[in-house]
Design a protein around this ligand. Sequence first.
Ligand SMILES: NC(=O)c1ccc[n+]([C@@H]2O[C@H](COP(=O)([O-])OP(=O)(O)OC[C@H]3O[C@@H](n4cnc5c(N)ncnc54)[C@H](OP(=O)(O)O)[C@@H]3O)[C@@H](O)[C@H]2O)c1
Length: 242
Amino acid sequence: MNFGVIGPGDIGEVIIMKLRDAGYPVKMANSRGPASLKDLAAKTGATPASLEQVVQDVDVLFIVVPQKAIPALPKGLLKKARKETIVIDVGNYYPFRDGRIAELENGLTESVWVERQIGRPMVKVLNTIASKALIAAGRPAGSRDRVALPISGDNTKAKEIVAQLIDRIGFDSVDAGTIAESWRQQPGSPVYCTNPTKDELQSWLKKVARSSLATNRERALKAFYPTRDADYQAQIEAIDRY
Ligand SMILES: NC(=O)c1ccc[n+]([C@@H]2O[C@H](COP(=O)([O-])OP(=O)(O)OC[C@H]3O[C@@H](n4cnc5c(N)ncnc54)[C@H](OP(=O)(O)O)[C@@H]3O)[C@@H](O)[C@H]2O)c1
């Protein structure tokens, strides 16, 4: 399999390194063009590309940009991708960073909004794990403390392929339903950045209160944001306090 990543920033870079460590070739693109990615290419082995190039001839395309950048992607960009390419939404909506987006404030599921913007069905995964945890928490299959990630989307086959990939990079997963139901894994959910095991994830997904997501997101942000540059252990302690 081969991969494209739009947005090799904080978490996009970690996704690239996890894919590289699993032996996969990766292309990457940002808004500033391939020349701006020279150092990252030397560090990760990923190939710099333009946005037009990164969507072409890949099996899986990760979109890893802040929500506010989604409408800034070139119009019709995904028309250049193959029909079978699995497109993954790693993003989250944070009003303090993205500005207020009326449809999301009115309760539209975040990935449904992203799908409408880019004009393609998507699979939502990896939005619930912080970059430091993605670096540190991978474990061999069967490990007692293996962290599990929710996967949402409307295409069952695509979700199965993504689940195999998530297993390859050291994590369990749980099918969390359709893309319309993917609010269960949005910021403010009990499964968001709390590094659950598979049993915990299955149980916690059933307990998400949609009406509390925005309030809990803002509370969690206060607890977690000061530790955003800390290591995985310090982040776990902040999450436990929250
Ligand atoms: N950081 C985490 O731990 C984490 C975990 C899970 C999910 N997420 C979510 O993942 C998304 C990215 O977060 P991040 O923390 O990695 O952000 P970040 O560090 O700011 O990186 C954003 C990346 O997107 C690129 N980008 C921005 N605007 C673009 C555009 N118009 N076209 C193409 N590329 C563009 C940026 O490159 P240029 O500015 O050079 O274009 C950069 O590579 C967010 O929605 C976030 O909520 C983050």
